[in-house]
Design a protein around this ligand. Structure first.
Ligand SMILES: NC(=O)C1=CN([C@@H]2O[C@H](COP(=O)(O)OP(=O)(O)OC[C@H]3O[C@@H](n4cnc5c(N)ncnc54)[C@H](OP(=O)(O)O)[C@@H]3O)[C@@H](O)[C@H]2O)[C@@H](O)CC1
Ligand SMILES: [K+]
Length: 471
């Protein structure tokens, strides 16, 4: 019990319905109000950590009508007892009665919005019972404290909890303190970006299979393909790359860089950029031949359709990138396919606006995977990997510096190598994206980077994972 940091095992997110069911079961076995007390203690501890010094600190609670406001009020009472000056702004006609009484008994006050600038704001406006958007008085109360760090209770108020959509005004938090498990909005953009840092308070829920999961280092390490003593290049898997064009030979070089980070036994290249590829990667074998997976499309221009058809003729798993994505419907329905679109490419494939896909990343990734019968790696700040059977993983490694030309070519090659090494499309896409993000963080070290350096950083990331897995 108590709080625990967001490290260790797989990070899991559950739907509101799953959380409510688990909470209901647990509440039936506990004294009334016990779960809220657990939540409030975890919340107060996280606010205290953020403040550093609680005594004398000014805390502003923004309180909505439900139990989310109740958490804020009870945590406010705990902070007031430790000497903080706690003020509550009540934004609805009703507020959690016991929480309000506890705050008053601890010396906290109810105030109108405005007044002196607090040191921290606690957003207890809406939690998992909230509908998207905020009422005008909530927007005004937030405007009064613009620039003050906000700790969101459970979720930043106003976001859509089960989808990660933000369709109206919402809180932008410095820190979100959540209870029992993560909700989808904590991991799926654009809502995830509004959460700031995440802190999970364990309240003892017994939860079913997650609706969404995020690999952590131990999970990534466990998925890595590691050669055994009798493996050789063919048993480790050969990845074929059909990428690049007269116009974009560099994409072929970068895609083979991603494929050739050592996770598969051999890389084969077919295409117009063979000389450039060989010059940079002398170990790459040029020419058609047997492979365990093909990567097709990076920088492929108008030749991408033909390259896809040739690769598909081998009947091996395919990683379909960039210009080839538009032709994925031409493949046999039972083909084993991972597509790696960004929002614009997925929008074009589904004939919708890019902005629609960006607003509902989880919805479109899931729908595309189910409708097309392929695994979809929808690239973004938090890349999503959606399988046709409904499973979804989200990648939380990465850095904004990764938004650089050619990074997608490296990623496609990396996923292809993992696919050739025997991982499923779902594991190859989610692990490939995780490694790509972690490699970018290592290569960037807080500064700019180019795509080739991301590929260079994959082996040290893998080495680090293996060392920590073995130790
Ligand atoms: N369950 C548990 O065991 C535990 C739960 N915990 C905590 O409880 C939270 C969930 O509490 P909750 O269910 O009371 O819902 P919550 O989000 O506070 O508000 C719902 C109210 O808001 C209203 N409303 C909705 N949308 C609105 C809008 N846009 N603008 C304005 N109003 C709006 C809505 O009105 P109505 O739908 O009736 O019109 C209703 O009155 C959860 O997130 C966690 O913090 C923890 O203590 C751990 C144990
Ligand atoms: K909230």
């Amino acid at each position: 019990m108590g709080t625990r940091p967001d490290t260790g095992g797989m990070r899991r997110a559950h739907t509101v319905e799953q959380v409510r069911a688990a909470e209901g079961e647990l509440m039936a076995r506990l004294p009334e109000g016990a779960l809220m007390q657990r939540a409030a203690h975890g919340l107060a501890a996280a606010v205290a950590d953020l403040l550093g010094e609680v005594y004398g600190a000014r805390v502003r609670l923004l309180v909505g009508p439900g139990d989310n406001g109740g958490d804020a009020l009870w945590a406010g009472a705990l902070l007031a007892r430790r000497g903080a000056g706690v003020e509550a702004v009540l934004l609805s006609e009703k507020a959690h009665a016991e929480g309000l009484a506890a705050l008053r008994a601890a010396g906290g006050r109810v105030v109108d919005s405005g007044g002196a600038r607090p040191d921290v704001v606690v957003d207890g406006i809406l939690g998992i019972g909230g509908r998207p958007g905020l009422r005008e008085n909530a927007v005004a109360a937030l405007a009064d404290v613009a620039g003050v760090p906000v700790v969101a209770v459970d979720v930043p108020s106003g976001v859509e909890v089960d989808t990660g959509r933000v369709d109206g005004p919402h809180v932008r938090a410095h820190l979100t303190v959540t209870f029992g498990t993560h909700k989808l909005a904590h991991l799926v953009d654009p809502a995830a970006e509004a959460c700031g840092a995440l802190h999970l308070v364990d309240i003892g829920l017994d939860l079913p299979e997650a609706a969404l999961e995020a690999l952590q280092p131990a999970d990534a390490g466990a998925l890595l393909p590691v050669p055994g003593p009798f493996d050789h290049k063919y048993t480790r898997g050969v990845v074929g790359v059909r990428a690049g064009s007269e116009q974009y030979p560099g994409a072929a070089v970068l895609c083979t860089s991603g494929a050739g980070t050592g996770l598969a036994g051999m890389v084969r290249y077919v295409g117009s950029a063979a000389d450039q590829v060989r010059a940079v990667h002398p170990e790459v074998v040029v020419g058609a031949g047997r492979v365990q997976a093909w990567v097709v499309g990076s920088g492929g221009s108008e030749g991408a359709a033909e390259a896809l058809a040739e690769a598909a003729a081998d009947g091996v798993p395919l990683v379909v990138d960039a210009d080839a994505i538009a032709h994925v419907r031409s493949l046999e329905p039972d083909a084993d396919v991972l597509i790696t679109p960004h929002a614009g490419e997925l929008a074009a494939l589904l004939d919708v606006d890019r902005a629609e896909v960006e607003a509902d990343q989880l919805g479109y990734a899931r729908r595309a995977a189910a409708d097309l019968g392929v695994t979809v790696l929808l690239k973004g700040r938090h890349t999503l990997c959606a399988a046709p059977d409904g499973r979804v993983r989200v990648t939380t490694t990465g850095t904004p510096w990764l938004g650089t030309a050619g990074a997608g070519d490296v990623l496609a090659g990396l996923c292809g190598a993992l696919r050739a090494a025997g991982l499923s499309s779902y594991d190859a896409g989610s692990l490939g994206s995780w490694l790509h993000g972690a490699a970018a963080q290592l290569a960037s070290d807080g500064g700019p980077l180019v795509a080739a350096r991301v590929a260079d950083a994959v082996p040290p990331v893998v080495r680090g994972l293996l060392r920590s897995t073995l130790s």
